[in-house]
Design a binder for this molecule. Structure first.
Ligand code: FES
Ligand SMILES: [Fe+2]
Length: 380
């Protein structure tokens, strides 16, 4: 038997050194439902994950919901103008309170009210009011009104989830005691993004796609461009792939591409003739284009071990796109669809169980970083 079909029992942890044979994440970590259960805790409840763009909720009471694994939060602008996040779970008996509301079609509310028994909360999460039946004991023959002390608004408020931001990008952390601050996790990505006028650009397009593969399959695909020449003819027109550079940081990696021609670009998101594609662990990307004056983000949202949703957002100087920008988005969308096909095909192979553990090449060091971070999270 050759090495690669030794079977799942023979595999080893991802080696710290890329030159070792066991340098890829074993296949079962992409296909096993128990691994996805583990990832909900060890990855998505420990690291900072992207919530959404704060420009989508500019006014007091504006809100959207965001689902991460089994958890859903309501992200809202409070009376002081701060963005806060609360579990979308009522403190009374745990009902989900507000309907799913994407940031691209945000809602507005004066207070957060649970439709089940009408407990009502302020935008800072404190319990504001309950119906009279909760304050008057008279319906229970064993009690007098005097026996009922009333509910402390703070003690009976909504459960808040920690938030922090990088420019206008809002992130969440579900851990009681996060292992890293957002600044530590983002490192120089934070400095780089905060030096750019990201807030001045408007949300223009969102595409949501459901794809039949593990979320890490797509994360890996995003992290390398060795497949581009063979699979993205329209996308790579004008890109000098040989001159691309890969930069690896602790929790993010960047693919720098050189373009033959430069764009008129007010944002100056990149050095001349350059595009930058940032993958931020665990499931977010920031795309600085070389051929359009704007930026984009991807959220690589797992649904379960075998499916994820790609949420692709595009930001331009104006939300009404020029013809060139329309064409740019069309090509980007085509690139995504090409990648979905590649990833689904790879996933079919992984699911067959023939491959115990893949083998990364020496230039797949961004991918190796990704696999190492997964391994480190599982081992933590
Ligand atoms: S569960 Fe929300 S008011 Fe009862
Ligand atoms: Fe691709």
């Amino acid at each position: 038997m050759t090495r690669w079909n030794d079977g799942a029992e023979e595999v080893s942890a991802v080696s710290p050194d890329i030159t070792d044979e066991t340098n890829a994440l074993p296949a079962r970590y992409f296909t096993d439902p128990d691994v996805w259960e583990m990832e909900k805790e060890k990855i998505f409840s420990r690291y900072w994950v992207y919530a959404g763009h704060e420009n989508c909720i500019p006014e007091t009471g504006d809100y959207f919901t965001r689902t991460v694994g089994d958890k859903q939060v309501v992200v809202a602008r409070d009376e002081d103008g701060d963005v806060r996040a609360f579990y979308n779970v009522c403190a009374h008996r745990g009902s989900k309170m507000v309907e799913d509301t994407p940031m691209t079609d945000p809602g507005n509310m004066g207070r957060i009210q649970c439709p089940y028994h009408l407990w009502t909360y302020d935008l800072d999460g404190d319990l504001r009011s309950t119906p009279r039946s909760f304050e008057e004991a008279s319906l229970n023959p064993d009690l007098d009104d005097a026996d009922v002390s009333g509910l402390d608004p703070d003690e009976n408020g909504l459960m808040e989830v920690r938030t922090d931001d990088i420019g206008p990008l809002v992130f969440l952390n579900f851990a009681d005691d996060p292992p890293l601050t957002l600044a530590e996790q983002a490192g120089k990505l934070k400095t780089r993004l905060e030096s750019l006028p990201l807030s001045e650009y408007e949300h223009a397009r969102r595409y949501v796609s459901e794809v039949e593969c593990n979320w890490k399959t797509f994360g890996g695909n995003y992290s390398e461009c060795d497949h581009c020449q063979a699979n993205h003819q329209d996308w790579i027109r004008g890109i000098q792939l040989d001159e691309s550079e890969l930069e690896v940081n602790d929790y993010h990696w960047v693919l720098h591409y050189t373009h033959e021609e430069d764009v008129e670009d007010e944002l100056r998101i990149h050095d001349e003739h350059e595009a930058q594609f940032h993958y931020f662990w665990p499931n977010f990307t920031v795309n600085m284009y070389g051929t359009a004056d704007g930026y984009g983000t991807y959220i690589v949202d797992p649904i379960d071990e075998g499916r994820f949703q790609l949420i692709a957002d595009y930001y331009f100087a104006e939300s009404d796109l020029s013809e060139d920008e329309e064409e740019f988005v069309r090509t980007s969308r085509q690139l995504q669809e090409e990648d979905f096909e590649l990833c689904e095909r790879q996933y079919e192979g992984l699911r067959s169980g023939a491959l115990g553990q893949g083998q990364l090449g020496p230039n797949e060091h961004t991918l190796h970083r990704f696999h190492r971070l997964a391994q480190e999270a599982y081992d933590a």
